[in-house]
Design a protein around this ligand. Structure first.
Ligand SMILES: Cc1cc2nc3c(=O)[nH]c(=O)nc-3n(C[C@H](O)[C@H](O)[C@H](O)COP(=O)(O)OP(=O)(O)OC[C@H]3O[C@@H](n4cnc5c(N)ncnc54)[C@H](O)[C@@H]3O)c2cc1C
Ligand SMILES: NC(=O)c1ccc[n+]([C@@H]2O[C@H](COP(=O)([O-])OP(=O)(O)OC[C@H]3O[C@@H](n4cnc5c(N)ncnc54)[C@H](O)[C@@H]3O)[C@@H](O)[C@H]2O)c1
Length: 478
């Protein structure tokens, strides 16, 4: 039986980064992947979705060129070619996540399904047994189907299977108005599908600031997407010419006929059949692998990272956790990740970028001392020249003006949030950014203008006014 310093189960973002980190430290490391290295992000998640979004954006620009004085045209979308381009994007990124790249980084790769057979042993599909000093569970998550009668029988698409579509569904129902539903719903609509987006809660992207969900609803509706919030599907049935959904919403019971249904109502952790009992690894109340702040499971030899831990399901979180878990296991368990300083972006148009606390969370924790600096993008020159002024920069501050969180809604919000993420990490005040010169006319002016407004407000404070007034009177008297 072979022995390893670290055995990684799962070759997605968390597992790959952990294995490469361990290899870089000179450890004996093995990564076991049941199918293909790269995980959801590469094959069915971030990469294909952002490529599809880019194609959809190009199509939309053709429709909306009229506002710049260019004759708008309805694009001729070759869906097969769009999907081929999506696959090309995957192929171009794949080498970085490949077994060859892992081997070069010092990690051995075994293809097969791993099962724990003891607290320090793994078996790969009944053939190889491995003994480890430490292991990392990085098996990710899988799309969850809600318990709607008939839904499983209508061949619902998920983020796993949607990439195999051979043709664009003419009428598409998207169930779930979270990041996946909104990103893919908008992309399919822009590529020519008639999309109905069905969300159970009273607004889209309910984890975001309420204004962000409202702004996104307005933008999607303006493009012709039918957005149904406070609505659920109570039954699905296959018909001769498509799928019939029974909806229960604000208008009571209604029927919706579509060609396909895309389900995007959340994820479940991949823990089935992993042998976690044999390994002494406990799950939390929601079925995720329970970890402490240093990513240790209930078996001190075994760590977990990425979606399987119930951490915010983002590739950058999975990667950072993979890195932290590997060094904690191999060197000393000292590093932890602060989930409250993680930024994320929903890549709709407009993008919604967020970091830290929402206003509601901040008020819950810090009470009435919380303030908000809201800057609408009406006067951001970049937004004006691009004729896209509907967005805003919303920064949540404590009593001393230190940043607690931020949400940006804008075409480049995903780039703009980086600066505020840095500020949050430093525990800085928003007005500190006012003295940092920003390039003109960039989208980052939104953040800068918010900082300048915050700094100006500080100058207008009575105590500052009294001081500057006294100074000016003194100078006049001289
Ligand atoms: C449509 C979509 C779009 C997304 N867009 C973004 C985005 O823009 N930005 C972002 O940050 N995040 C995005 N995400 C989320 C991101 O993809 C995930 O958070 C990330 O991939 C999680 O990585 P992971 O390593 O935890 O798990 P995974 O990537 O799921 O990897 C787990 C791996 O473990 C393997 N495995 C499972 N069980 C076993 C076993 N028993 N033995 C061996 N191998 C096993 C699986 O085959 C898989 O390869 C998106 C997700 C989706 C679905
Ligand atoms: N840009 C990104 O970073 C990105 C993109 C896509 C996905 N992701 C990650 O993947 C995760 C999963 O995405 P998701 O959108 O599937 O899940 P989600 O949990 O974020 O959103 C699911 C949505 O579906 C709604 N819903 C649940 N059951 C429903 C029902 N029966 N009827 C109607 N609505 C229902 C929920 O209220 C929620 O708004 C995300 O939370 C995110 O972390 C990230």
């Amino acid at each position: 039986m072979r022995g390893y310093d670290l055995a990684v189960v799962g070759g997605g973002t968390a597992g790959i980064i952990a294995a490469k980190t361990a290899g870089g430290l000179g450890a004996r490391v093995v990564l076991v992947e049941r199918r293909r290295t790269g995980g959801d992000c590469l094959w069915t998640g971030c990469v294909p979705s952002k490529s599809l979004i880019a194609a959809a954006h190009a199509a939309q620009n053709m429709r909306t060129a009229g506002r710049f004085g260019i004759a708008p045209v309805e694009p001729q979308v070759d869906f097969t070619a769009v999907m081929s381009n999506v696959r090309r994007a995957i192929e171009r990124i794949e080498p970085v996540d490949s077994p060859a790249a892992l081997a070069e980084a010092g990690a051995e790769v075994i293809t097969g399904t791993a099962v724990f057979i003891g607290p320090d042993q793994l078996r790969v599909e009944g053939r190889t047994s491995l003994r480890f000093r430490h292991a990392l569970i990085a098996t990710g998550s899988t799309p969850a189907l809600p318990p709607v009668p008939g839904l499983a029988e209508v061949e619902p698409l998920t983020s796993d299977s949607v990439w195999n579509l051979a043709e664009l569904p003419a009428r598409l129902a998207v169930l779930g108005g979270g990041p996946i539903g909104c990103e893919l719903g908008q992309a399919f609509a822009r590529l020519g599908a008639q999309v109905t987006l069905i969300e159970g809660s009273d607004r889209l992207v309910p984890r975001e600031e309420p204004q962000a969900g409202i702004a996104l609803s307005a933008a999607l509706s303006a493009e012709g997407i039918r957005v149904l919030t406070s609505t659920t599907v109570t039954r699905a049935a296959q018909q001769a010419d498509g799928v019939r959904l029974d909806l229960l919403g604000r208008d009571g019971n209604v029927m919706l006929d579509v060609d396909r249904v895309l389900v995007a109502t959340g994820r479940s952790p991949r823990t089935t059949g992993l042998g976690l009992d044999a390994a002494g690894v406990r799950l939390d109340a929601h079925g995720y692998v329970a970890v402490d702040a240093k990513l240790r499971t209930s078996n001190r030899r075994i760590y977990a990272a990425g979606d399987v831990t119930g951490a915010p399901a983002f590739a950058h979180v999975a990667g950072m956790q993979g890195n932290i878990a590997a060094t904690n296991a191999l060197l000393a368990p000292v590093r932890r990740i602060d989930h409250e300083r993680i930024p994320w972006v929903t890549f709709t148009d407009p993008e919604i970028a967020h970091v830290g606390l929402t206003e509601g969370q901040a008020r819950h924790r810090h009470g009435d001392a919380v303030r908000v600096r809201l800057l609408r993008h009406e006067h951001v020159d970049r937004a004006i020249v691009e004729d896209d002024t509907d967005g805003f920069t919303h920064v949540v501050l404590d009593a001393k003006g230190r940043m607690l969180g931020a949400t940006i809604v804008a075409p480049r919000a995903g780039e703009m949030i980086a600066e505020l993420t840095g500020l949050l990490a430093r525990g800085g005040r928003l007005r500190d950014l006012a003295s940092v010169v920003h390039p003109y006319p960039a989208w980052s002016d939104g953040v800068w203008n918010a900082a300048v407004a915050e700094s100006s407000a500080a100058l207008q404070a009575p105590v500052t006014r009294r001081l500057t007034g006294a100074l000016l009177r003194l100078r006049r008297a001289r």
